[in-house]
Design a binder for this molecule. Sequence first.
Ligand code: PRX
Length: 631
Amino acid sequence: MNDANSSELFNPSINVMEQANIPEYQALYDYSINNREAFWAEQAETLGWYKKWDKVLDESQAPFYQWFSGGKTNIVHNAVDRHLTNANRNKMAIIWEGENGQVRNYSYNGLNREVCQFANVLKSMGVEKGDVVTIYMPQIPELIFAMLACAKIGAIHSVVYGGFSTDALASRIEDAHSRVLITADGGWRRGKAIDLKTIADNAMKRSPTIEVCICVKNNDLEVEMEATRDFWYHDLVALPIASPKCGTEQLDAEDPLFILYTSGTTGSPKGMLHTHGGYSVYTSTTHRMAFDIKPEDRWWCAADPGWITGHSYIVYGPLINGATIMLYEGAPNYPYPNRWWQIIEKYGINILYTSPTAIRGLMRFGDRWPKKHDLSSLRLLGSVGEPINPEAWKWYHQVIGNGNCPIIDTWWQTETGGLMICPLPITPLKPGSATKPFFGNEITIVDDEGREVAANEEGKLIINNPWPGMARTIFKDDERYKSLYWNEVDGKWRYLAGDSAKKDDDGYIWVIGRMDEVLKVSGYRLGTAEIESALVSHPQVTEAAAIGLPHELKGNAIHTYAILAQGVAGSDELALELREHVAREMGRIAMPEDVTFVESLPKTRSGKIMRRVLKARALGQDEGDLSTLEE
Ligand code: PRX
């Protein structure tokens, strides 16, 4: 898909270069590599601390690194509190638009009042520092209030994407042993109310640790409320306990801020744990430098807050930087395919950050929809989540950005907390390449033996250094974290990203895709293991395999194979039922394109399904080395 050497070079426009926050890359990059701790300390100095750190980077427990240890902070101190005493107090923090056209705005002062009230409600429900609160909500401002409220009182939030369903929610609640769940009656999508509370009810039945469920009213869905467990948020917030004043808990820099579950190679999703101090520094610095954020900017990261992109670049990074953030709950093409372009024009959005899938999806409706709108407020465009194909890149650049807006293609992961490879607005761009490492990061492409490969050769992407935004561990599973991600070579720890990539002759990095059993479907990260386990939870399926095959819009699409229970015959009806079963258990994003009924699955002698063989067969390609295939 990406051809490194035949690629065109796009130079940034003079206008963008002249006003860039960071006017030069190489010298600062070299400085950040040779003086990593000094570089990050300088960035940390731009934030407020209750008490300054003793040590910038503590490597004594590597690969369990600690950043800014001894420092006292709270991400809310920087994302909200400190704006109340500066010129941002009355600045717009959040502009929210719902699919039906409702609009709600919050200044930083207003945001603070909402967060304090939510925090007081949580406290009244017995939530304490260190408790994990699960949040399962649509893209409404209360989702952001809830996240910040948890952080403010030192509770750990675990946001579960609102598009996930019963099984995905239940397993995340269970792993986190959450006592409190925050949800809503429902969300909106394409003019239809999406029932969330019923999914939450079913998940709570499966994971009985939840004692309190707080439900925000977002539409008028009839929902069941269990008398001693479920509370309407609007009832609680009307009580005297919900005062709009609440102190922010002074935390250690390394105190946990959130867990976010993500799919891995095997088994259950991993709860990646991020902490207050380093994550504050990393998200705000990357946001400020890569996206060249200015005080007057209106920033729109059109992701869902339920994914890492939303955590880092809807909520935390931008709020720490005092930006005005746009939030839209609804489909990009509802009621017409110009909805996003209309929002950009209406609110004067300056920077749009989205995924290749969304770009491809909107591109398909043709140029006439964006052309109806004045998009001249846009200065920069961003991309994240999967490799962007040059065709979509060029459309985004030409039609949306009018050829003037650099495309900031950012490579990173739930684990990394913030972007790791990206251009700056001054970087000459090659469509499809995320270009160069962000400051402080040394990234190499290595072979199976860990030796750096030659230019233009494919290999494994590794990160050779710690960085402040890195996940600290997998929740309650240090061993799994260490063994999954870290390799010690000659006394130095290296982080293995799980992606394959190449570096071209100019040192530009081209990420090719996952090397493991993680699928990127419409930019969403799903594990084959989760999809397979959802299929086998159907009584008529005994074994299943899931693979990803290239798809024009989604990047990858899910195709599945099922061995049916004895005596059960495969049919079109059963295939549809199984696909819907997966959608019910995991969420619609995980619904397979098809189910093929088979008698057996290709396996290794040790019983592992050889998905690459299934994939090669489906694509009519050579099946490769079959020496480990079971007879
Ligand atoms: O394969 C890479 C792909 O997304 C994976 C991480 O997924 P997730 O943890 O859900 O985080 C996504 C949002 C940060 C990576 O291992 N990926 C992410 N960004 C890019 C990308 N692949 C190519 N180019 C990108 N810009």
